[in-house]
Design a protein around this ligand. Structure first.
Ligand code: PLP
Length: 234
């Protein structure tokens, strides 16, 4: 994809974010665009940086480790995949936030490795909002049960929740799941007695609906970079 096309795609996504915000009385500054660059080469990321996009998401530690050093130093990175314990050390080095934490064990490992790296790492807790057997993420009840223990870990900061609703061709189908995640965030805030700033939901096919339901962070890949080169799980 040429740089011009990428810049046009980015402008269009930003317009769509602004329009969705206008529809529901939110300020566009409340919604952050995370450019999901998995499977795309450093050149595509450099083109996005040149067009003004600085925040990127990757879902494979190995791919990110090879790619990030080849990308502009201005780019910032978040992890959006399922993290295995043996990849935590690299992830703590590479990423400024880890989305997709879905067990106390992995959260403990992140806290331990962050301590060794003299860091504190923001994390988002992934919720399996539809109870799909094939998906990662906390079942809501287990999230509420483990929340206090997660929040007590010294080197992570729980910043909010993220979810990937079941795939559906119609964006409206995702709305009840987005709403459920927002309600669950409110329950977590109640339990913690503190606000959680982030609600990471919405992808290329449904980010406008997600914004209407309160998303603060939309994760957009295909609409920005085009189709991925090779199929990747989730
Ligand atoms: C791949 C991916 C996305 C982006 O999906 P698109 O439909 O290409 O926008 C968003 N979130 C997660 C967790 C992903 O793995």
């Amino acid at each position: 994809m040429g740089n011009m096309v990428l810049a046009e795609n980015l402008a269009l996504i930003q317009q769509r974010i602004a329009a969705a915000c206008a529809r529901c009385g939110r300020a566009p500054s409340e919604v952050t665009l995370l450019a999901v660059s998995k499977s795309h080469p450093p050149e595509a990321i450099a083109a996005a940086v040149a067009a003004g996009q600085l925040l990127f998401g990757e879902n494979k530690v190995q791919e990110a480790k090879a790619k990030i050093p080849l990308c502009p130093g201005k780019a910032r990175w978040q992890f959006i995949g399922h993290l295995q314990s043996n990849k935590v050390r690299d992830a703590v080095e590479l990423f400024e936030m880890i989305q997709g934490v879905d067990s106390l064990a992995v959260a403990q490992e992140i806290s331990k490795r962050a301590e060794q790296a003299a860091k504190t790492l923001p994390v988002l807790l992934e919720v399996n909002v539809a109870g799909e057997a094939s998906k990662f993420g906390y079942p809501p009840e287990r999230l509420l049960a483990e929340l206090a223990a997660l929040n007590a870990l010294p080197r992570i900061e729980v910043h909010g929740l993220m979810a990937i609703p079941p795939f559906a061709p119609a964006a409206e189908k995702a709305r009840p799941y987005f709403r459920r995640l927002r309600e669950l965030k409110a329950e977590c805030e109640q339990l913690l007695g503190a606000p959680l700033p982030q609600l990471s939901m919405g992808m290329s096919g449904d980010f406008e609906v997600a914004i209407e339901e309160g998303s603060t962070l939309v994760r957009v890949g295909t609409a920005l970079f085009g189709e991925r080169q090779r199929p990747l799980p989730r």
